[in-house]
Design a binder for this molecule. Structure first.
Ligand code: SF4
Length: 507
């Protein structure tokens, strides 16, 4: 396609597949969205299988490394040190990139970044771009911003391609199409590939090599004709101005080498001070994410190299809420995240409800703390996310940079409660808390409350309590509550383990 040609449009007049309808209106808060996820039996089976497989692989390769805990501590220390002096490292990064011939831009928020990207693409005269898989471009809604500006953005990562062609939304950081099985992928390829480019071959089966072959042929045409590529970066090394992308398929490398113009959008927390720091993260990341000892492709670049690769290199350094997170001495720990997704794969809540329930591009435990940090807690989705966890702590155990996710969830819950108190209209919860604190304050109160409730247990001939009215309904709408026992623990102890005197002595 030449620069003056317009890319074709589908029957709805769009250049690229429309995202699902539910993403274009405000997402429901987690408790509501989670019910939908729980009801999706196919998705639950797909997720159980996929997360179980990745979990086992990760555990195997992590166990091979004798000093794994030291590596985690090193990753944590490097990130903490870098975040403390982020301003200085960013300035060094800008100077290094500029010296290497790249043009550096700064973006305060998503709108800023998208404006810059649209202008940069339009300046090339092109109307099509290819993309390296990148969470940050999803965070800013870049594909839709480009579509509105008349520019088609094509995902080239296999899983992202499945999501895009399926008019779907990613549900996992690393495996965006984790909720889809082979049969669904074959149908998507057969129905959609031909609308937006090279069609799937006749008689395409569900076999992975055939599906991968269809994707390769479809993408090859796009790689060969597209002159602008857009990427993110896993890391950005300040001392040398080196951006790093790690991947498994090699499609990223095609984007980083074939086009004439390369635009990279980088969250400001991706900075590492030195090349030596990379050594730690290139060992931590692949084992934690895909369960591989080393990722198959690691691409590094700075500015342009004459006669080789993109000749126009732009880097957009994006804030989009990150400096807000930095201000919170506890909450800033979430910025250490290297997006490995180990916390998603081990989370029992994520495994059952799926990624869409979190209403954001960052699902799972990290999404539950990162979104409120980046976006605040004054909207229904982000307010609900810190409660989207059982606080079992499994996520913190596997996190390669030792983010205390459960502690941060509690921290965010506190922020939500404080925010709620400022706009308090409902007096029910404070009254409940006051009553609970009176009961807990004195053992005699607790004993009296226990006796009263056991009386109810004796009088009512039921085993479970059904839906309760009013504010209590939120507690009982999705679970059976067992009836209070007819005997308190103290009464049982007295009867079975000794006299009242003994009991009082022990107490
Ligand atoms: S919070 Fe930790 S485990 Fe989760 S994605 Fe980030 S680095 Fe990985």
């Amino acid at each position: 396609m030449t620069a003056t040609q317009q890319p074709p449009r589908d029957k709805d007049g769009r250049l690229t597949p429309a995202p699902p309808e539910w993403t274009t209106r405000p997402a429901p808060p987690f408790p509501e969205a989670a019910i939908k996820g729980l009801e999706n039996q196919v998705q639950r089976a797909n997720l159980r299988h996929a997360t179980g497989t990745i979990r086992a692989k990760r555990a195997r390769v992590v166990a091979e490394v004798d000093n794994w805990q030291d590596l985690r501590a090193a990753g944590e220390a490097i990130k903490n040190r870098t975040l403390r002096h982020l301003d200085q490292h960013l300035e060094t990064l800008e100077a290094s990139l500029t010296r290497a011939g790249a043009t550096v831009h700064w973006a305060r928020d998503a709108a800023d970044a998208n404006r810059l990207i649209v202008d940069l693409v339009k300046a090339t005269g092109e109307r099509e771009v290819t993309k390296v898989k990148s969470m940050v471009t999803q965070e800013i809604g870049m594909n839709e911003a480009l579509e509105e500006a008349g520019i088609a953005a094509w995902e080239t990562d296999l899983a992202e391609l499945i999501v895009q062609l399926g008019h779907d939304f990613p549900s996992h950081i690393l495996v965006p199409a984790i909720h889809r099985n082979r049969g669904e992928i074959r149908e998507i390829f057969r129905e959609e590939m031909g609308v937006y480019g090279t069609p799937a071959p006749e008689g395409l089966s569900e076999q992975p090599p055939e599906l991968a072959g269809a994707a390769r042929t479809h993408l090859r045409n796009k790689f060969l004709r597209t002159k602008v590529a857009i990427s993110g970066a896993n890391f950005a090394v300040a001392e040398t101005g080196t951006l790093v992308v790690v991947e498994s398929e090699g499609n990223g490398r095609m984007n980083l080498t074939l086009p004439e113009t390369l635009i990279s959008v980088v969250g400001i927390e991706k900075v590492l001070p030195t090349v030596a720091d990379l050594e730690v993260f290139l060992r931590l990341l692949p084992r934690s994410s895909t369960g591989e000892r080393m990722n198959p492709y690691t691409s590094m670049w700075s500015g342009p190299t004459e006669g080789d690769g993109p000749q126009n290199v732009h880097v957009i350094l994006l804030d989009n809420g990150r400096t807000n997170a930095l201000k919170d001495p506890k909450g800033r720990e979430a910025l250490r995240c290297i997006r490995c997704s180990a916390c998603l794969n081990i989370c029992p809540v994520y495994e059952r409800v799926g990624g869409h329930a979190y209403g954001s591009v960052y699902p799972g435990p990290i999404g539950a703390i990162l979104n409120p940090q980046l976006r605040g807690v004054d909207n229904p989705i982000d307010k609900s996310l810190p409660f989207a966890s059982s606080l079992c702590g499994a996520c913190a155990e596997v996190c390669p940079v030792k983010i205390p996710i459960a502690d941060l969830l509690v921290h965010e819950r506190h922020r939500v409660v404080e925010e709620k108190k400022r706009h308090q209209v409902n007096q029910f919860e404070p009254a409940m808390m006051k009553a609970a604190s009176w009961v807990m304050a004195d053992h005699k109160h607790l004993e009296a409350a226990g006796t009263a409730s056991s009386l109810a247990g004796k009088l009512l001939p039921i085993r479970t309590i059904g839906p309760l009215p009013g504010p209590l309904s939120r507690w009982t709408q999705n679970r059976d509550v067992p009836m209070v026992p007819a005997q308190t623990f103290r009464q049982w102890w007295q009867e079975n383990r000794g006299s009242k005197e003994n009991h009082d002595e022990r107490a």
